[in-house]
Each structure stands twice: as structure tokens, then as C-alpha cells.
Design a protein around this ligand. Structure first.
Ligand SMILES: *Cc1c(COP(=O)(O)O)cnc(C)c1O
Length: 379
């Protein structure tokens, strides 16, 4: 194959997906415990999403966002209805990084300030603005200079956060649980402290729930479990049931001066129909509750005595497993020898981020596969 050059290819070609499974051209089955970067939150090719997309693509594939349209309006309403607090001003775009770019721009225009406070080990995307708020040098260094004005604080340190957030701060940008950075849940009280620091200085509090949102942690939004409502919340990954769509949900005061922002593809009818169907599936199938239940089962088995695992972190179906050696070696064996696909989160963490439709039996399969893969790596 020629043409692609960014991704190192894996020696598995996937040609079909159904629910929690992916299949290669020979029909070999893989259990997708990474949900393809969390995108397949309601499973692959969910019939309700497929049917919503099929009927919309025939009726109207695209119309620009300045012409109101039933599919887009339907998604606006649905997102406003499920948003935490009063974050009912919805901006639609195509990817997580764009949702964060918008959040940062809106925060700057609403506050008239420019400084952004973000966390070490945080991940917010790879475009110039979101990348500037992303910690890891590996992602940043080759592309510098990035957008300016970002100050990093150690994640979980309330005092450092209170000290960094000042009257020149436009935004505090945090993940309620750091995903890519190793699956680090915010310590008790940290998000509340961020809320207070933002309130004291007039900064906008932005929660990046691109990985933690849409039921993954056992509640629709991770911030709800902690009783903290931000001024802006970003959502992407699983939102479109496999199609590229993302949302920036804002309180009125943040959305007020957002007019000069825009995007050609904002809320196209097909992706809007897909996202509306996805949100319906999440509610109809009670998937946040399933994530809580199966997540609990999975985590208690991971913590059990059978597996030589150092630490397990996470909530619901966002789980990081410290394997104490190269995560990639374990992931490779999981995929090639046991038909289980998962993700890394840094060098030594295997990240389990399955579709929220998984059952306990799938979790058990992964436990067995992980035990075997760990033994193979040690052998
Ligand atoms: C994946 C992710 C992003 C970036 O989303 P893209 O769609 O890849 O741009 C941003 N923030 C978090 C927390 C993510 O997990």
C-alpha cells in the first residue's frame, strides 16, 4: 500500500464490524476493547445509527449550518437536554481537537483574557491550539512554536492550580480523568477546587470529556459524578457512533461573543443524525449503567490475585492497567495471539476502553487473554 504515512500499520486488516467485534478479511474475530480509540461507544455499526445515517444521506447529505435543518436542530436539542447544568449553547464540529480549539477561543473572547491553565500529562488534541495545551513533548516538540499563553500545573494539586489561575486567566482546561496520560482520575475535591479558582477570577472552566463522557465512567458525564459543572464541556470520539462529529457545550456567557468562529462542516445533517441516534441508543439501552456494572466487574477481576498487575486505575469502562513492562509488547500479543484489541496510555499502561455495550463474558475473555499475554511477555 502507498499513500498513508502517519500511522504505523498493524498487521491486521479490519474489514467489518458488528457490536463489540471486528473482523478481518478471513473472518477472524477480534474483541475491540479499545473501541477504536473510543469511537465505537455504542458498538460497531449499531443498527439504529446505520439506519439513521442511511435515511439522512438520501434525504439531504449536507447543507451549510446557516440554514436551519431538522437533523441538526434535533442534535442541538438533544445535546442541550443531556448537557450538565445550563450548558445548552451547542457548537458542532468534526473532531475532539476542534471542539477544544473552539472552547479555548470562546473562553478568550468571553473573558477578554488570554492565559490558559492546563495540566501536566493532559491530552487535548493535535491542532496548534489544543496541542499547546497538551503536555507530552513527543506530540509538541517537532511542531513548535505552538499557540502561546498556556501554563501547566501538576494534575491533582489544588494549591498549584489556585496559584496559577489569576485575573488574566481565560480558561482552566482539564480532563476529569486523564485518559491518554495514563488513566489518572482527578483526586477527590480537585475539580471542585478548579471550579472555585475559576469563579474567583472570572475564568471559564472547561472540562474535556472527549474520552470520559457519554456514559463511559458510569454516568453520562464524569463531572456529574463529582457534582461539578463546568462553563464549557467538550465531547467527541463516540458521539457520532462512528462518524466524525464533536460538540462544545457552553454556558450562555461563554457563547456570547463566539460569532466570528465557524466551520464549513459544522453539524452536517448526516453526522447530526448519527449523533442523535447514538445519544438515543445510550439512553434506551441504559449504557452508562452497563458501563458502571461491567466496569466494576472488570476492575475487580483485574485487581484479583490471578493477574501479575501492579495497579489498576479508572472508572467504569475507562480502565488503565499498569503492566510494569512495555505496554506495546503486551498489546501486540493480546491482538495477535488472543484476538483482543486494546490501547496504550503511555509506556507501561494498557488502556481498556471498550464499547459500552460489552457484557461480563467479554470482560472475562479479556482477563484470560491478558493473563496469557502477560505470561508470554515474561517467558
Ligand atoms: C481523543 C482526545 C482528544 C482529541 O480528539 P481528536 O478527535 O483525536 O481530535 C482530545 N481530548 C481527549 C481527552 C481525548 O481523549
Amino acid at each position: 500500500m502507498t499513500g498513508g504515512f502517519v500511522y504505523s500499520e498493524k498487521p491486521i486488516r479490519i474489514e467489518r464490524g458488528e457490536g463489540v467485534h471486528l473482523y478481518d478479511g478471513d473472518g477472524t474475530e477480534y474483541l475491540d476493547f479499545g473501541a477504536s480509540y473510543g469511537v465505537a461507544a455504542v458498538g460497531h455499526c449499531h443498527p439504529e445509527v446505520v439506519s439513521a445515517v442511511q435515511s439522512q444521506v438520501e434525504r439531504l447529505t449536507f447543507v451549510q449550518a446557516s440554514y436551519p435543518n431538522a437533523a441538526r436542530d434535533g442534535l442541538y436539542d438533544k445535546l442541550a437536554a443531556v448537557a450538565p447544568g445550563d450548558l445548552d449553547d451547542v457548537w458542532l464540529c468534526n473532531s475532539g481537537t476542534e471542539a477544544n480549539e473552539a472552547a479555548l477561543k470562546f473562553a478568550r473572547s468571553a473573558t477578554g483574557d488570554s492565559k490558559i491553565v492546563a495540566a501536566r500529562d493532559g491530552f487535548h488534541g493535535r491542532t496548534m491550539g489544543s496541542l499547546a495545551a497538551t503536555w507530552k513533548p513527543k506530540y509538541r516538540t517537532p511542531f513548535e512554536p505552538l499557540a502561546g499563553g498556556v501554563e501547566f500545573v501538576p494534575y491533582g494539586d489544588e494549591a498549584a492550580l489556585a496559584e496559577a489561575v489569576d485575573d488574566e486567566t481565560a480558561a482552566v482546561l482539564l480532563e476529569p480523568i486523564q485518559g491518554e496520560g495514563g488513566v489518572n482520575p482527578a483526586p477527590e475535591g480537585y475539580l471542585q477546587a478548579a471550579r472555585e479558582a475559576a469563579d474567583d477570577t472570572g475564568a471559564a472552566l472547561i472540562f474535556d470529556e472527549i474520552q470520559t463522557g457519554l456514559g463511559r465512567t458510569g454516568a453520562l458525564w464524569a463531572c456529574e459524578k463529582r457534582g461539578v459543572t463546568p462553563d464549557v464541556l467538550t465531547s467527541a470520539k463516540g458521539l457520532g457512533g462512528g462518524l466524525p462529529v464533536a460538540a462544545t457545550l457552553c454556558a450562555d456567557w461563554v457563547a456570547e461573543d463566539a460569532g466570528p468562529h465557524g466551520s464549513t462542516f459544522s453539524g452536517g445533517p448526516v453526522v447530526s443524525a448519527a449523533a442523535e441516534a447514538t445519544l438515543s441508543v445510550l439512553a434506551d439501552e441504559d449504557l452508562p449503567a452497563n458501563a458502571a456494572e461491567v466496569g466494576e466487574h472488570l476492575q475487580s477481576k483485574l485487581r484479583g490475585p490471578e493477574l501479575p498487575i501492579r495497579t489498576v486505575r479508572g472508572e467504569g469502562l475507562l480502565v488503565g492497567v499498569e503492566v510494569g513492562r512495555g505496554a506495546n509488547a503486551v498489546l501486540k500479543r493480546l491482538a495477535m495471539n488472543h484476538g483482543v484489541l486494546a490501547l496504550p496510555a503511555g509506556r507501561s499502561v494498557v488502556r481498556l476502553l471498550p464499547p459500552l455495550t460489552v457484557e461480563q463474558s467479554h470482560a472475562d475473555e479479556v482477563i484470560d487473554a491478558l493473563g496469557a499475554a502477560l505470561a508470554e511477555v515474561s517467558a
